[in-house]
Ligand binder design. Structure first.
Ligand SMILES: C[S@@+](CC[C@H](N)C(=O)[O-])C[C@H]1O[C@@H](n2cnc3c(N)ncnc32)[C@H](O)[C@@H]1O
Length: 404
């Protein structure tokens, strides 16, 4: 389900773009899989059992020719950033390089702050300098991760809802300190209330407008910070549930965009899947960008760049893992031989039987199933990993391995 804003914007991308870009834009805007996808899986999330697959006839040559080749697999984050940067046109790169200067970056609801790893690499490519001014994370365990992995960060605040007050508790110094302004503010505000996994989701249909639930409360923190500190660029990330209607209510993204617009930002959003950005993990997320209204056409520029960065044919999981295993890598995956419990075996069997029915000509058997989930609700995916969550236990059929 897409918002009015998204529907209205789509033709503008397609109008001036060539057919290849138009195709990519459609892929990019494809709505996320519904929550219960495991119960009624989409065709591309399924695979047939190995035995059945071997008996399948090969796809017709014409069909194969229509598939653009997948790019070679990336082996680590640096490689990934470099390859994506390389996809930009010369004009796009020149625009980014224009007047490089130091940008102060703050993150909130920071989690692992992996975005800072990406910015560190982007710094090399662009000539821009990113200064990690602060993170802000409620979980003590995650704050410890941030301290260990980002020793240069100046402050690690504790609560995003406190930032706008100007003085907030800093875990680095252990006392309240002034909150510094930043140019770029990145916030993955909490998704719980709007997540399709949340059975009480209907109670939070207007969580953004009412600042209710963890999603509404943490978004309110983001909003108040932006109101007080006016960062030039804000990037937010959340689950794709944000763009879906909850009952008869408008999708929560509508309220998010209204709030940014009311603060004087030019705002846009897209649902993107990491599978189309060199990483074979199905992870559909709503990305929101808000810019102070100083640069005319900036939204159009974002859409063009996103379209340019997308790969229409995702890299197959097996290639990605082989490439990661061959050199220095940031990914560790599927190291343990699988010893599935009876319940887990039933979960895998259920996913496999759906594949056989939904896609009898499926040629690949790279089925991944999250066996931590219950029978009939376990996410599964072909040629890519399912979304990895903290309690996931992924089973990779091809190699009979589990995540570890
Ligand atoms: C959806 S996750 C964001 C994940 C992050 N984008 C990443 O890449 O790891 C939301 C994060 O917000 C944190 N959080 C929840 N309430 C918070 C609060 N009031 N202030 C700061 N962080 C909070 C959670 O602990 C969690 O790590």
């Amino acid at each position: 389900m897409e918002s009015q804003t998204r529907r209205a914007r789509r033709p503008r991308v397609a109008d001036s773009a060539g057919p290849a870009v138009r195709r990519r834009a459609r892929v990019m805007q494809r709505p996320a899989a519904p929550a219960a996808y495991a119960a009624a899986p989409a065709a591309d999330q399924l695979a047939a059992p190995a035995g059945e697959l071997q008996q399948q006839p090969a796809a017709p040559a014409a069909e194969l020719q229509q598939q653009p080749a997948a790019p070679a697999a990336v082996s680590c984050i640096d490689d990934c950033v470099e390859r994506l940067w390389g996809r930009l046109t010369t004009r796009q790169r020149v625009n980014v390089r224009f007047r490089p200067r130091k940008l102060k970056v703050g993150t909130a609801c920071s989690g692992t702050d992996s975005v800072m790893k990406v910015l560190a690499r982007l710094q090399v490519a662009t000539g821009w300098e990113f200064e990690h001014t602060f993170s802000c994370e409620f979980s003590e365990t995650k704050r410890r991760w941030l301290t260990d992995n980002f020793p240069g960060v100046q402050h690690i605040f504790v609560d995003v809802t406190e930032l706008h007050k100007g003085i907030a508790l800093d875990a680095v110094s252990g006392r309240p300190v002034p909150v510094p302004p930043v140019d770029l503010f990145i916030a993955g505000f909490v998704c719980k209330s709007v997540s399709a996994e949340n059975a009480q989701r209907a109670e939070f249909a207007d969580c953004i407008a009412r600042s209710s639930g963890l999603t509404g409360e943490t978004f309110r923190g983001v909003q108040l910070f932006c109101q007080e500190f006016q960062p030039s660029i804000v990037i937010c990330e959340n689950v794709s549930g944000l763009v879906k209607r909850i009952g008869g209510s408008e999708p929560p993204i509508e309220a998010v965009e209204r709030e940014f617009a009311a603060m004087g930002y030019s705002v846009g959003h897209e649902v993107l899947d990491s599978r189309h950005f060199l990483l074979p993990q199905r992870r559909t997320r709503c990305w929101i960008w808000a810019m102070r209204r100083v640069v005319a056409g900036s939204e159009r520029c974002v859409l063009d760049v996103l379209s340019q960065l997308q790969q229409p044919t995702p890299t197959p999981l097996s290639e990605f893992l082989a490439s990661a295993a061959a050199g220095p890598t940031d990914w560790v995956f599927f190291s343990g031989r699988a010893k599935l419990s009876e319940r887990e075996m039933r979960v895998v069997e259920h996913a496999r039987s759906h594949v056989a029915r939904a896609r009898p000509l499926q040629r690949l058997l790279d089925l991944v199933v999250d066996v931590s989930k219950s029978f009939g609700r376990a996410p599964s995916c072909v040629d890519a990993s399912t979304c990895v969550l903290p309690n996931s236990r992924l089973y990779w059929q091809r190699e009979n391995r589990v995540q570890g």
